[in-house]
Design a binder for this molecule. Structure first.
Ligand code: ADP
Ligand code: MG
Length: 529
């Protein structure tokens, strides 16, 4: 009680938006000792749009950003008399995903109608899989590691209750000017896989880590683009808290969280909100909430207390979906061959990580970053494949440090990174042959962003960015700096050792960052003796 009261005003008066949600989260978590007095429970539901050219039950296209209502078949608009035709690619993608997540595939699954009344659902029901989904009982292993919060990565897993195929609904657009609501049916009927996870997680960081790993797997399988900003990957988070040893608490559901960062922030906020309410003697109500990215808070959307009756019933226009679990069966015609799909599974991200650590002795922190970002992994693999004698460790370090830093600074989305693996490889060679140093390497990346047609060799030659390695030349540079700063040099010799950094900076500056700093430092030390 006491504690809650002293934190409430803190929440209310905290400047919204300016405070990073994560810092805020850990601060309150500390104050409330959530781990000791309260046990948070988090379970995720993920809607992943299956990468397929056409919709789940119709031939309409699926590309994002098509003109409004242009990718709509008669079936998607629920014109009477139209019938669903199941898209084989979607079933295969669902099975492939289920296999990668160690699910048990149901030999026979069923489609059901889930009824609700909303303008963006023209048929008045969604076709989904309720009674018998495509697959059940899977598991997802992942590592949780948020620098600044965790000292080192720790392993975690979440069981998967089921994986089902279902249709997406349309989209309502609310026009403020004309005060009208308009419907875009392009999304109606898009193929989705819904993955329902067991309530196995404990905080926002774990939820975000699960989402990241799931995305890495789906991207590897090619079954989902995982573009959250396009709505192709949507996360609902169920959150409850209870006192240790007591039964699970009442849960709320945060719908459609739009980014990995928001998953962590929304879950942490919701845990704290519930703890504060309970500490204050209030009750958590079972409701649906949404995450507001402007205020960094969850807000109530509608309460679920009256359980909605979806009137589930079998979909009469689709026969049971039967797949082949046994590769020796004859008469496979037109059936989904599960053992074949299993053989086709690519190397999964965790396997890649293990390989990178074992084969190249790259530190795991670097590997985690590289494997989680398909563009980085692609560059890494290509650059190394092109010339296997390049140092894997140097490539990895440059990718994660210099390269990523320049990309982030310039707000480049790595999916559209203009720097090619060939250009990156050439830059690495310049670094490894000591023609340039790490500082200049970053300038080269900057220059390539501005001028993608150019090449690292050309840039370095044109601007004379070659590293100064010549002993004599470096000595002259150092001597000059010491002469110009004779006073500082004297102080250094009298014991003010911090001044050394000042000299280093002066060398970097006077050589336009081109000096071989390792050598320069040696020379400088000698001169100062
Ligand atoms: P329903 O049938 O009401 O949809 P489910 O059992 O299917 O409920 O669970 C839906 C989601 O809610 C799952 O992702 C599950 O992990 C999560 N969940 C269930 N109970 C809790 C709880 N007490 N706290 C947090 N999450 C929960
Ligand atoms: Mg459910």
């Amino acid at each position: 009680m006491e504690l809650a009261k002293c934190i409430y005003p803190f929440i209310k008066t905290s400047p919204e938006k300016t405070r990073p949600a994560r810092l805020f989260a850990t601060k309150v978590q500390e104050l409330l000792k959530i781990g000791e007095n309260w046990k948070p429970v988090v379970g995720l539901e993920v809607h992943a749009q299956i990468s397929a050219k056409s919709k789940l039950f119709s031939g309409a296209g699926t590309s994002f950003g098509s003109p409004i209502n242009s990718a709509v078949s008669f079936f998607d608009a629920a014109i009477p008399g139209t019938l669903p035709v199941l898209n084989k690619r979607c079933v295969e993608a669902g099975i492939t995903t289920a296999l990668a997540l160690s699910c048990k595939i149901n030999e026979v699954s069923h489609f059901d109608r889930k009824h609700y009344f909303y303008a963006d659902l023209p048929a008045g029901y969604q076709i989904t899989q309720q009674r018998k989904p495509l697959a059940v009982d899977g598991i997802l292993h992942f590592n949780v590691f948020t620098p600044g919060i965790h000292k080192q990565p720790y392993p975690k897993h979440s069981k998967i209750k089921q994986l089902q195929l279902e249709q997406d609904s349309g989209r309502s657009l609310h026009d403020e000017e004309t005060k009208r609501s308009l419907i875009d049916l392009n999304r109606a009927g898009l193929p989705l896989m819904e993955l329902v996870f067991e309530p196995d997680l404990e905080d926002g960081e774990e939820a975000a880590a699960l989402v990241k790993e799931l995305c890495a797997i789906l991207l590897r399988l090619g079954t989902c683009s995982c573009k959250m900003e396009e709505g192709a990957f949507r996360v609902d988070a169920n959150v409850s808290v209870n006192r240790p040893g007591e039964p699970l608490g009442v849960r709320t559901e945060i719908k459609n969280i739009g980014s990995v960062r928001a998953v962590a922030a929304a879950v942490n906020f919701e845990i704290e909100r519930q703890v504060l309410m309970l500490e204050d003697g209030l009750e958590v109500v079972n409701e649906t909430r949404s995450w507001n990215t402007d205020t960094n808070k969850t807000v109530s959307m509608r309460d679920k207390e009256v359980k909605q009756d979806y009137r589930f019933m079998p979909e009469p226009n689709l026969p049971p979906l039967r797949v082949h679990l046994d590769s020796n069966l004859e008469n496979k015609y037109n059936l989904i061959d599960v053992p074949f799909l299993k053989e086709q599974l690519p190397e999964l991200p965790e396997e890649s990580r293990r390989n990178l650590v074992e084969k190249y002795a790259i530190p795991r922190e670097l590997v985690l970053v590289i494997v989680n970002e398909p563009t980085l992994l692609e560059i890494f693999s290509k650059v190394l494949n092109d010339r296997p004698n390049r140092s894997a460790l140097v490539i990895a370090k440059v990718l994660v440090n210099s390269f990523l830093e320049v990309m982030n600074k310039n707000k480049i989305n790595l999916d559209n990174c203009p720097i090619t693996p060939e250009q990156f490889g050439e830059a690495i060679d310049l670094l490894e042959t000591r023609k340039i140093n790490l500082l200049v390497l970053k300038l080269v990346f900057e220059e390539l962003l501005a001028n993608p047609q150019s090449s690292p060799e050309k840039i370095v030659a044109e601007r004379n960015w070659y590293q100064i390695v010549d002993e004599e030349e470096l000595t002259k540079i150092c001597q000059k700096i010491l002469e110009e700063n004779a006073d500082a040099a004297r102080k250094y010799k009298l014991g003010k050792k911090q001044i050394f950094n000042f000299f280093k900076k002066a060398i970097v500056k006077s050589t336009d960052q081109r000096a071989d700093m390792k050598k320069a430092v040696e020379i400088l030390k000698k001169l100062l003796q």
